[in-house]
Design a protein around this ligand. Sequence first.
Ligand code: ATP
Ligand code: FE2
Length: 336
Amino acid sequence: MAGGIVVGIESTAHTLSIGSVDGEGEPTPSFSAFFRPEEGGIHPREAADHHAENASTLVRQLLDSGIEGKSVSAVAFSQGPGLGPCLRVGASVARALASKWDVPLVGVNHCVAHIEIGRQQCKMDDPVLLYVSGGNTQVITRMAGRYRVLGETLDIGIGNMLDKFAREQGLPFPGGPKIEILAKQWLDENSDANLDDYILPYAVHGMDLAFSGLYAAASRLVERGAPLGAVCWSLQEHAFAACVEVAERAMAHTGKRELLLGGGVACNQRIKEMANLMSNERGAIAGIPPARYCVDNGSMIATLGRLQYLNSGPTSFDESAVKQGLRTDETQISWP
Ligand code: ATP
Ligand code: FE2
């Protein structure tokens, strides 16, 4: 096995992506197709149809990049959590490739994959992870053989909240990056801006977070005539500060000195800046993986698949059913 390539397939939500890691565990950039709903949120069935339609093109791109079945040691796939119909497409592609190449299957936990690619890319040993994506917002760290969730959103994920607010304001999906641009433009033009003029509710609840109140209050601010750029700025400041505050408390409680960011929202410059500031003030370090490894990607699935395969072996065909509601702390960590 050591020396073999592991292929990884990601299909939990809007992204179908196929990537790989080489025999040393070094990831290569993935081939991806993104489902963009024409309007409204993601419909699981439509996203799954998109994945099914694009799967053969991505497999072709992987093969054209020089990967041959005979050099592949295992095929990993996102087993959960995610949208059932989407997960099933990824699992089917993985089963088909594993059977064609006659190699084992490895079903992995999508959330844990975000952590492991981040640890690998940022060369971190034992970080607190601030995982901020579309569907998930969690503060996680490794304790007693599992990644434990120390705090998380009690309602919607931070990225979904940003996307929902953006959609309501007529901005195309995904809304997070558009909000970042509008916030920055507004701040550049209004350097004397005062956050007190655009105050929003506090999103921290003990070690947990909640974003639907923030979303509703931001929408009301726009309705009352506040400039959209100002509200985007305020929404980012409030939502990101809440996440960084919970992460800081987790670092204080556990005594850990590394903060790792992961998930698509970690592409945002402002949350990176806040994470760096907080870490520097504590004498800790913040690590932020390259954007292509923050968003959902097949290479992160291959990265975790390789670790899991080397340390606890493959997933049997019978155990390879998808697990929509798989939690971060359900997965036993068998690797260093
Ligand atoms: P999950 O990991 O929960 O399955 P997902 O599949 O939605 O989530 P990702 O690809 O990790 O996840 O992240 C997508 C999210 O990241 C979207 O909500 C998008 O708006 C957000 N996002 C991407 N870039 C930025 C940015 N620059 N600023 C803010 N949010 C961003
Ligand atoms: Fe993700």
